[in-house]
Design a protein around this ligand. Sequence first.
Ligand code: MTE
Ligand code: MO
Length: 359
Amino acid sequence: MDLLAKGSVTGEGITRDELRLAARNHALPLEALRYPITPVGLHYLLTHFDIPVVDAGTYRLEVGGNVDQPLSLSMDDLRARERLTVPVTFECAGNGRALLEPRPVSMPWLTEAVGTAEWGGTPLKPLLDEAGVQANAIEVLFTGHDRGVEGGVAQTYERSLRLTDDAVEQALLVDEMNGAPLPPQHGFPLRLVVPGWYGMANVKWLARITLLAEPFDGYQNKVSYRMYDNDGVPGEPLHRMLPRSLMLPPGVPEYMTRRRHLAPGPVTLTGRAWSGRGPIELVEVSVDGGATFAAAELDEPLGPAAWRGWRFGWDASAGEHVLCPRATDAAGNVQPVEPIWNPKGYVNNAVQRLDVTVA
Ligand SMILES: Nc1nc2c(c(=O)[nH]1)N[C@H]1C(S)=C(S)[C@@H](COP(=O)(O)O)O[C@H]1N2
Ligand SMILES: [Mo]
């Protein structure tokens, strides 16, 4: 049975296809929220096709299309350019999908498709200026080295940005993650990083940058990574992240359910919150499953495009509790307590629910 073709399922367990995807593309273990910068192996992963092998020695980044001066750059050329290192939080647009009912069938993320790394590389914009973007260009397309078939369409992973998006100004071409060369699974030897956007924009294993005079109509722009309305009509392409907060689970877990067990008494709950649409202004915590919330204390920001730590004092009383953190950003976006369903299962930023037994 082709479940992908079925779209979404009610009351059915995770299928073997979904399980295989989930095993290839792991999430952030929630206890890794303790690190402001996620250790490389604990950062979530999402690779649609196979991880390609790219030889950094012979590598060239090609810049072409509607430009005055096409460029072909080696890794040495790229490394000789202006360098920046920026902490950036990534989140997959499908984060939260498996919590929707019915469940849209694709990568079955719960809430942890997230991570923050120090990305090191060179800004995109000066390179585009050097190539000389022609007046008729409206989009810039980023093409990876990875190929496959998705939705029945043979393709290379590629995504475009509109030249008018401020993302173009902020984007980086990176060859380092946490001070070391990119590992194969995160895009070696070069990837794009678009701070504040959902993960799909951060094209890995970058082969080519092409300036286009027409909107790009490839699969990952036209079919995938758009908000669909409930009649299945494709709407706007996904762009900046909505706010979300995750809590570092207190106490110890039960092996299968991950229910937390802790002793009664005062405990400091901590976590991290982020948004691509404005700085985090408020994090609140509910200890009663989202019925009531109280404000947490915010840590100093790590950077404009990175998650922000928070802490909350709780006097844990004996019994069963459901803990929910909720983030609000400076643009006034706030996480919903209940998920909002959509056919592809994107952008479900409903609050996390942690089951806790205090005894
Ligand atoms: N070339 C290429 N780039 C890609 C992808 C991919 O499959 N191929 N997946 C995208 C998606 S959907 C996400 S969420 C992020 C994940 O980045 P990470 O695996 O480094 O965490 O990479 C993006 N870039
Ligand atoms: Mo993603």
